[in-house]
Ligand binder design. Structure first.
Ligand code: FAD
Length: 430
């Protein structure tokens, strides 16, 4: 009897899950596990939590949903807590597993973890196989080697659009052969050193974790409201549920796959027609791919003050006062304050808002951009290591912006995107 462990991480779904499909195909019995890695709940060197309350709550909901869905297929999710390189080998030994399957990582800490686990599994003569499951375009289908991936997004996009295709999705399994598992017990937020904080009722969306909610959201945004047909015109707005897809949080935890979204866009286009907006959502998903592949190429550089550039000065000294004004939404810009309050009280901020507050942080407050990125890491429900640090480096002028230095005139932006002060009033007056 061949037993395999499937280690779920940020791929908390049953549809289009190559890791799971491969494991089922090669095994008689599957042990699905999730490990609450203690290091994900620590305070970083920047003084912020690696995972804040909002995202932790979303994670718990996503795991509950995954466990329920696995149980419907005769399986279930074993919940572990501690260091993955210690806890997963214990499961391997207990169930006499011969192989562990997992999603392939690109960012530094995650890659280190893969290596640590692989070393421990080797001692148990257990194989370790990873699959690339996060991106729209499969890493193996890129029309360039990793080192030759263009650093400029438009060059990357044009070549991909011309020379690569999106693979079809993997179907959700119909049955999973697993031993009978005890009921899964998730840690509470308090166990994780956090506390429950309700998302403010003014939030653009009340995110709820899990694959079911992700698919519900997609059906709402595409087929029920047809909002996707206006995406290009509305995507820079800041109030309301449907100005943008809001797929980011589910994408970040892998509750939905970008290829599934792509397939549904194609379905939508065949029923209701394609336009610039339906194309633009794919365009944005390509940005997400781009940052992930950039991490594969440049690795730890995205965490350096100088980013992927070589000609930058040293890090700046910290002005604590300015940092705390930015965080608490008490700077001298009402537009920045409104956005920062939204982030603090909901765990979300529009893309327009993120660009402005990051630009303000780097150019007006003149603080080391990595502190801003670290605060976002704590606060965002949709935090994704590559999208977050990649976008921050871009706005700090040390990433993939070919212009080198992008400066947002905050007053002009406020006037262009919140002319009637509705967004500012929502957060500052009520
Ligand atoms: P939509 O406009 O509906 O876009 C659809 C999807 O495309 C998004 O869900 C996302 O997966 C992808 N996408 C869109 N814009 C970008 C972009 N600029 N970079 C990468 N992917 C993109 N996005 C994250 O998912 N996680 C982060 O941690 C994150 N941090 C950011 C930090 C800064 C400073 C900035 C400027 C942007 C950041 N973004 C991040 C990108 C973007 O702001 C969010 O993806 C988007 O606002 C989420 O809302 P949505 O799902 O409604 O987006």
């Amino acid at each position: 009897m061949k037993t395999s462990v499937v280690w779920f991480k940020t791929d908390l779904r049953l549809h289009d899950n190559e890791t799971l499909v491969k494991a089922i195909a090669q095994s008689d019995q599957i042990i699905p596990v999730y490990c609450f890695d203690d290091s994900h709940f620590e305070t970083t060197d920047y003084g912020f939590k690696k995972t804040g309350n909002f995202r932790a709550q979303f994670l718990l909901e996503s795991l509950q949903n995954l466990d329920r869905s696995l149980r419907e297929l005769n399986s279930g999710l074993l919940i572990l807590r501690g260091k993955p390189e210690v806890e997963i080998p214990k499961i391997v030994a207990e169930y006499k597993a011969q192989k562990v399957f997992a999603k392939r990582e690109v960012a530094f800490e995650e890659k280190q973890m893969e290596l640590l686990l692989q070393t421990e599994l080797f001692k148990l003569r257990c194989e370790f196989e990873t699959s690339s499951t996060s991106t729209l375009y499969h890493a193996e289908d890129l029309p360039f080697s990793i080192k030759d991936i263009p650093d400029v997004f438009s060059n990357f996009r044009k070549k991909i659009e011309k020379d690569a295709t999106v693979r079809p999705i993997f179907d959700k399994p119909l049955f999973i052969n697993s031993p009978k598992f005890p009921e899964s017990v998730l840690p509470t937020l308090a166990d994780l050193g956090l506390e429950y904080k309700a998302i403010d009722c003014r939030a653009a969306i009340q995110f709820e974790g899990g694959e079911n909610e992700a698919i519900k959201r997609l059906n709402h945004y595409f087929f029920e409201t047809k909002s996707i047909s206006n995406y290009k015109e509305t995507r820079n707005e800041m109030i309301g549920t449907d100005y943008s897809s809001k797929f980011s949080a589910w994408l970040a935890l892998g509750c939905i796959s970008p290829r599934f979204i792509y397939q549904e866009i194609k379905k939508y286009e065949s029923q209701f027609g394609s336009n610039d907006s339906t194309y633009w959502l794919v365009f944005e998903l390509l940005w997400r791919d781009f940052f992930r592949f950039m991490f594969k190429k440049h690795q730890t550089k995205f965490f350096l003050y100088s980013g992927i550039k070589t000609d930058r000065e040293n890090s700046k000294s910290l002005n604590e006062n300015l940092l705390s004004q930015w965080i608490s939404g008490t700077t001298n810009s009402d537009f920045i304050n409104a956005n920062m309050l939204e982030l603090k009280l909901t765990g979300f901020m529009s893309n327009r808002g993120r660009q402005n507050v990051a630009s303000y942080f780097c150019n007006e407050l003149n603080i080391d951009w990595r502190l801003g990125a670290a605060y976002f890491e704590q606060q965002l429900i949709d935090y994704d290591v590559c999208s977050n640090w990649g976008n921050w480096a871009y706005l700090a002028g040390v990433g993939n912006d070919p212009r080198g230095h992008r400066y947002f005139n905050i007053e002009k932006q406020a006037n262009d995107y919140d002319k009637k002060h509705i967004f500012r009033d929502l957060w500052l007056k009520s």
